[in-house]
Each structure stands twice: as structure tokens, then as C-alpha cells.
Design a protein around this ligand. Sequence first.
Ligand code: SAM
Length: 257
Amino acid sequence: MPMELLPLVPPGGLKNSQAPWDSFDSRDYFEHNYRSLREDDRRILTAVRDHFGAHLGHNGGELRGLDVGAGTNLYPSLAMLPWCSRITLFERAAGNVAWLREEVGRYGENWDEFWQVLTELPAYQGVADPRLRLAQAADVVQGDLFTELPQRVADLGTMFFVAESLSTEAEEFVSAVDIFAKALRPGAPFAVALMENSEGYEVGELVFPAYKIVTNDVVDCLRGHAADDLRVTRIEDGPKLRNGYTGMLLALGRLRP
Ligand SMILES: C[S@@+](CC[C@H](N)C(=O)[O-])C[C@H]1O[C@@H](n2cnc3c(N)ncnc32)[C@H](O)[C@@H]1O
């Protein structure tokens, strides 16, 4: 059997509590995914920028942002930065929490090209020093979203490649989306990015579980939470990140007022 067809995850599946989160290799994940800006991430970043800009405009900088399952990805937080005085980066894995605490203090130069894309929208140009601003706003919190994420705390929120990438169980996918939505305040703009048809993924030497989803699954579980303008877009720009998925999905909306 060719390498790419080998099953990644054990046949019985893996629940969220069974996956080796505390051995997640943060450095490997960061290098593979975010050392430089990929075309698919550029498209996501652009769409999220325009979505937040359209709903939040030039409104102050006192809002509270939330990124659930932040991993080693700072671009969702950067996308929320102009509007926030506080951004909670909520994350389960100990290694990622340590990586985030170090990184937000003075983020690396790789993120400059992500920030560059954001500054194409005037709202971001008002942030004179995004490194300093993120260092002041970021609050890295270790926790399990299933039991420890507070409700109705965020004025805007993101959850990138988490709900479908934490378990092989359908119920845990749906529940993760529900819990994310419940952490937002009514009317809050949100962005949720997901891998389409993911079979699981390797980070360093270890395998992490995924639940296979397509656009309709995302619409089905967000529809009950979102205002009428929910949009789910399929993104397939540039070379694939790895084998074992068919594209990326981006859901943009607002929580029901
Ligand atoms: C595929 S990674 C995505 C990381 C990052 N958001 C990104 O965009 O690349 C999945 C992330 O979800 C986190 N995670 C898994 N289960 C979690 C849970 N129960 N509560 C909070 N975070 C969790 C993992 O530690 C990991 O950082």
C-alpha cells in the first residue's frame, strides 16, 4: 500500500481525551504550517480580515477576542487585534501553551507577512506596533474546551482547525462547535476554519485524530447559532499541506443577536 494510503488513526478511533496532546510537537507544527504564509492561509486571512472589518469597522479597541485551540498559530489573533484590548488564546496542549506564552511576548518575523496582508484594510493600519499590541492584549489560558471554556465572554472569536481536528467522534465535533458558539456574546462576529475530509494528521512522530467533514456538516452545526448571513467557503489554493484531506473550509458569520 502506498504510504499516503496507510491509515493514520487506530481503527477504533480516538476520542479527544485519548489523543497525546501534551506530546504535541509545537516546533514541528509551527515549522510545517506557519514558517511562511501559504496561499490557502492568505485567502483565509483576507476573508477573515474583511469580515471583521465589515462588522466592526473603526469601532474602538476595547473588545474581548477569543481564539480557541490556538496551537502555534498567531494569525487568528492578529486578525482580531485592532478591535481588542484583550485576546484570550485558549489551548489544551502544555507544549503549545508554553510556545504561545513565549511567542506573544515578541512574535517572530514570519508573522510580518501575515500582518502585511491585514494592513491592506485601513482598520489594521491604526495599530502602530502590532508586536507590542499583541504582547499587551494576549492572555494565554490553558484548558480543555469541553469542560473549561467560559460562556458568553467574547465580542469576537476564532477557532481554526480545531473542532474537526481533535477527535474521530462526530459528537465531539458538534459539541466543540456548540461550545465555541456559546463562548461568544450575541452579535459577535466569528471565523471558524476547518480541514475538509481530514483523515487525521501527523505532528512530529505522533498521529492526531480528525473527524471527516464537508461544507454541509459545518452549516448544520453553526446554523442554529448564527445570524442569517452565515457563509461557508471552500478553499483550495496552492499546494496541499499534506496528504489525507481535500481542502479547507471557512465559516464566517455573527452570533445571533
Ligand atoms: C490542528 S491543531 C490547530 C491549531 C491552530 N488553531 C491552527 O490554526 O493551526 C488543533 C489544536 O486544538 C487543540 N486542542 C485539542 N483538543 C483541545 C481541547 N479539548 N481544548 C482546547 N484545545 C484543544 C490542540 O492542542 C491543538 O493546538
